[in-house]
Design a protein around this ligand. Structure first.
Ligand SMILES: O=P(O)(O)OC[C@H]1O[C@H](O)[C@H](O)[C@@H](O)[C@@H]1O
Length: 500
């Protein structure tokens, strides 16, 4: 029996064969189909995309079959496709939404299901709640039918995965209702995305700068994007890990400093200007500077905001999560721009980008988007913007950072991921609720923010945030401080306070 399917920070994720089964995926697809129909979006159809993971393509076929059997036309991508490209295809086809089969940067045994509504950004909580309610209702209906000896859910899923010829009729969502089987179209969303992204990035300047860029799509759905876009504009590109490997070469498709060792070596060996990496579904970015150092998102986001404000002379607010660097706030203040602080999850940033016409939205975990793009994080766009910055300024990103630090001061930030047992989790959650110390690490606490977890802002502007992850079974402790020594002192103080 299916239990416990829920949408976390970004979609439903599960272990293949254990909870992420064909039957459960079909069940969630039916719940999404009900959502689409209830909101009058069925005629517009749904885009279905998938990453390079084990079975993702077949699961996508399964989902497509569920939709077409319920009268909802499907635009199925011809091959593995990045999440932001699947999201962009909604715009191109004026579709009613998209489903993306991906577990992003999780370990290989995982897969996942993201629903992207018609606005082409991650689904907001009121939408995923409605889908979860549909799931429970379908489960109940199945139980009742099962008790009456009717066919099991598994039979339904298999039947609906079959491609019916157009014009045939099948059982509709309500008993006795008949629905025409809808069309399925195989699409290549790349050309339209390529055209669009060229309106957001100065690829001409990148081409003229004679750059040499190393690319690592980490065996993921981003293969064929950065290298093709840059290569087509005369950039000398070399690419690694550009074949499908559902085991991700024994690592995780997460472009952090720890996992980009090969890219770093290649950048140094080839004396390249830049190394660009993507996560498993290419919505996150990883950047290596020409000296081989990893540029974390908390450094890249201020770099980019500064570039947009100065070199491009653009203006507009910035939306960041509660876990993201306050260096953005310093820049915004200097240029008299607003900052919006959101809970973790790009869905909140995307929403604010639309509502407040933000120039930049970004988060510590490696997601960003800019004005004019869809409200979805896009690692390909981030990589191209990094190349634009290097091309336009004729400097390495590290040199540009030095410029910013000399003007606005330097901040040191780090995230610790702390595993706990189930009982440990309850204990820490209990402590967090009460957490309200007057002093932390010798500094007065000035503000306690409970937007997502608990964030303590200290007298000198340093801050500490503790929250439970919505995608992994762990707590995250984020600290931003004025020196490395202070950073470690604050980490230690918080760990002691929570017994982590
Ligand atoms: O810290 P977590 O709740 O695990 O979330 C980490 C990240 O998960 C997903 O990738 C979301 O799209 C991001 O917006 C979020 O930052």
């Amino acid at each position: 029996m299916t239990t416990g399917i829920s949408f976390g920070t970004d979609g439903w994720r599960g272990i293949l064969a254990r909870d992420f089964t064909f039957d459960n995926v079909a069940l969630v697809a039916r719940a999404v189909a009900d959502y689409i129909r209830t909101h009058g979006l069925a005629e517009r159809g749904v885009v279905v995309g998938y990453d390079n993971r084990f079975l993702s393509d077949q699961l996508a076929e399964n989902v497509a079959g569920v939709f077409t059997a319920r009268g909802i036309p499907v635009y199925l991508t011809a091959r593995a496709t990045p999440t932001p490209v699947t999201a962009f295809a909604i715009k191109e086809h004026r579709a009613g939404g998209a489903v993306m089969l991906t577990a992003s940067h999780n370990p290989p045994e995982y897969n996942g299901f993201k629903f992207i509504p018609e606005y082409a950004g991650p689904a907001l909580p009121h939408i995923t709640r409605e889908i979860e309610e549909n799931i429970r209702r379908l489960q109940e209906a199945e139980k009742t039918a099962g008790e009456g000896g009717a066919i099991s859910w598994g039979d339904f899923a298999r039947e609906e995965a079959v491609e019916w010829p157009a014009g045939e009729w099948t059982a509709g969502p309500a008993p006795g209702e008949r629905t025409p089987v809808a069309r399925r179209e195989i699409i290549d969303p790349r050309p339209a995305y390529f055209n669009h992204v060229q309106t957001l990035v100065d690829l001409g300047a990148i081409g003229r700068a004679g750059l040499k860029v190393m690319v690592d799509p980490m065996y993921g759905a981003g293969i064929g994007y950065l290298e093709d876009l840059l290569g087509a504009h005369g950039v000398r590109v070399e690419v690694i890990h550009n074949r499908r490997d559902p085991l991700f070469g024994g690592g995780l498709p997460e472009p952090t400093g720890k996992s980009l060792g090969e890219l770093r070596s290649l950048v140094l060996e080839r004396q390249a200007h830049l190394g660009l990496a993507l996560d498993g579904d290419a919505d996150r970015f990883g950047i290596i500077d020409r000296d081989g150092s990893y540029i974390p998102p908390n450094q890249f986001l201020p770099l980019l905001y500064y570039h947009l404000l100065t070199a491009r002379e653009q203006r507009g607010p910035v939306a960041r999560t509660v876990a993201t660097t306050h260096l953005l706030d310093r820049l915004a203040r200097a240029f008299e721009q607003e900052v919006y602080e959101m809970p973790v999850g790009f869905k909140y940033i995307g929403q604010h980008m639309l509502e407040k016409n933000c120039l930049l939205g970004g988060e510590e975990s490696g997601g960003l988007s800019v004005r004019g793009h869809i409200p979805e994080k896009d690692g390909i766009l981030a990589g191209l913007l990094a190349a634009e910055m290097v091309a336009v300024h004729g400097k390495g990103l590290g040199d540009l950072l030095e410029d910013i630090w000399s003007r606005f001061g330097r901040l040191y930030s780090e995230r610790l991921d702390m595993h706990t047992s189930a009982t440990g989790k309850e204990r820490v959650l209990g402590l967090l609720k009460e957490l309200n110390p007057p002093v932390l690490g010798g500094l007065q606490v000035e503000r306690r923010i409970a937007v997502d977890g608990i964030k303590l802002v200290l007298e000198n502007g340093s801050w500490v945030l503790v929250r439970a992850s919505g995608t992994e079974p762990l707590f995250r402790i984020y600290v931003e401080a004025n020196s490395e020594e202070e950073l470690h002192r604050l980490q230690q103080a918080m760990r002691e306070m929570l017994g982590l």
